[in-house]
Ligand binder design. Structure first.
Ligand code: FMN
Length: 205
């Protein structure tokens, strides 16, 4: 399992699809017992190019991209509405591995967001209603009062997904895999989308 004592990675033995290697490394990080292996630092930018960054949890990694869920009215949601591009990076310290992705972003279908929302604990679903994410609060009490109000409105377990909450999928354009090695002679491989397939290049560390 990946660490600096392993054999170096060779381009010839890499899978042709980056998502295959992403999943392999993700499974390694789960096996290594890393806490929140799906926490990614997600960068978005306003239309005039000013970046912002925060962590979110990656909820799905499929052939069509990488999915996370949030409030569409948040800062990241507003930026994605005006500039539907994102980058994210993930670092697994115990394995000394980093993966960095850039891509185009699309909103997940209502059905997809509904399905994921339904898997969340009830309190998290009520919390999604209560939080006007990224807007200013006068006090914590204001938040707790909003939570209590929605808790009462949706008494019972049937808490629908708020229309302002859902998923985004990052369809990758580049995916870089970084494996730490001794003497800073790290391995880096950059997948770049090319037509229906991918090119893979080894980069200098
Ligand atoms: C480990 C971690 C995971 C998080 N996961 C999410 C998430 O999946 N979705 C989300 O909306 N916010 C998540 N947050 C909170 C965000 O970092 C951020 O505070 C929030 O989404 C508002 O960001 P924005 O104002 O830049 O839009 C997470 C924070 C941390 C530290």
């Amino acid at each position: 399992m990946g660490n600096a004592d392993d054999e170096p990675l060779e381009l010839e033995s890499l899978p042709s699809e980056p998502v295959v290697l992403f999943r392999r490394w993700y499974e390694d990080s789960e096996r290594a017992g890393i806490r929140l292996p799906n926490a990614i630092a997600l960068a978005t930018a306003s239309a005039d190019g000013r970046p912002s960054i925060r962590h979110v949890l990656l909820r799905d990694m499929g052939d069509d991209g990488f999915t996370f869920y949030t409030n569409h009215g948040s800062r990241k949601g507003s930026e994605l509405a005006e500039n539907p591009r994102a980058a994210f990076s993930i670092y697994w310290r115990e394995l000394d591995r980093q993966i960095s992705v850039t891509g185009d972003v699309a909103v997940v279908s209502d059905e997809g967001s509904d399905a994921y929302f339904a898997t969340r604990p009830r309190e998290a679903r009520v919390g999604a209603w209560a939080s006007r994410q990224s807007s200013e609060l006068a006090s914590r009490d204001e938040l707790m009062e909003r939570f209590a109000a929605f808790d009462a409105r949706y008494a019972g377990d049937d808490v629908p997904r708020p229309p302002f909450w859902g998923g985004y999928r990052v369809a990758p354009i580049t995916v870089e895999f970084w494996q730490g090695r001794q003497h800073r002679l790290h391995d880096r491989f950059l997948y770049g989308r090319s037509g229906d397939g991918w090119t893979i290049r080894r980069l200098s560390p």
